[in-house]
Design a protein. Structure first.
Length: 283
């Protein structure tokens, strides 16, 4: 695995060391053109950026991350490991950086669906959904080394916020998975734009998410756009910030036209609002 340094002036997301948030962990000074250290949270590689003369690990924390003490595994760049004295391999050069994750209680959201088949699934729909969930989880673990990852996002659609990240959801009174994205209500056919430049990793039509686009921004950072009415890109396409990816719709499990916008960092779905640095981009 190759890790490349991000630009020296990279804007980092706002810190929120809670389930569904982002932890920023300093890893030491960054000098000249030296490669960054390598970091892992569990089995997932972690994005490392340069900020104000130091390396910083940008760690995504899944909603099911238990509060308490956690550790990041850190190794120096391969060149440093290769130059270590005989008998000292990568394992000997590894260090662990401890950090704490605080507790956060997200509010509840109760949703009524007229189509109960989207809540109480038939055997065929359940089999389809389970297959798709496994595929989506595989996509979320995707890693592509890049030296130009943009960590300052724009809002991908114009509209009204209707569902915040982390809500504990109940469909027709039944508890379901928490809301791992950010909902923007907009008229059907409104444009959905890339929140940053990247490469389209995949697109598909899923039972729950409907027509969906996954954009890979590099170094384990992805964005996800769900419930689209139409998809205008395909896997492998390079896209720029603000480029149209498709149109707002209500495909999949949805009560009305809206964009479900998700952000994945080192395999964890995290709060997209943490990547909106400018006040004017918050809704």
């Amino acid at each position: 695995m190759l890790l490349l340094p991000l630009p020296a002036g990279a804007t980092l997301p706002r810190v929120a060391s809670v389930p569904g948030g982002v932890a920023l962990l300093p890893l030491g000074p960054a000098t000249g053109t030296a490669a960054p250290p390598r970091a892992w949270f569990g089995e997932q590689p972690v994005l490392v950026a340069r900020r104000d003369g130091e390396w910083v690990a940008v760690v995504g924390l899944a909603l099911d991350t238990p509060p308490g003490r956690h550790e990041l595994l850190v190794q120096p760049p391969p060149a440093v490991v290769a130059a270590s004295p005989a008998g000292e391999g990568a394992a000997a050069a590894s260090t662990r950086v401890a950090f704490n994750v605080g507790a956060k209680e997200y509010p509840a959201q109760r949703i009524t669906l007229k189509d109960s088949s989207k809540v109480d699934l038939s055997a065929a729909d359940l089999a389809r959904a389970e297959t798709e969930i496994a595929e989506i989880r595989r996509l979320q673990r995707h890693w592509r080394a890049a030296d130009d990852t943009d960590l300052e996002f724009i809002v991908p659609a114009e509209g009204r916020m209707t569902g915040r990240f982390g809500l504990r959801r109940y469909f027709n009174g039944a508890a379901r998975s928490p809301h791992a994205g950010f909902d923007i209500a907009a008229a059907r056919g409104s444009p959905v734009r890339a929140n940053a430049h990247g490469i389209v990793l995949a697109s598909g039509d899923y039972f729950f998410n409907g027509r969906t686009v996954f954009v890979d921004h590099g170094n384990g950072l992805l964005s996800v756009y769900c419930h689209l009415d139409r998809v205008d890109v395909q896997a492998g396409d390079a896209v720029v910030k603000g480029q149209r990816l498709g149109l707002v719709g209500m495909s999949g499990r949805a009560t009305g036209p809206h964009l479900h916008w998700g952000v994945v960092l080192n395999g964890a779905l995290v709060d997209p609002q943490l990547f909106l640095a400018a006040r004017g981009n918050r809704r």
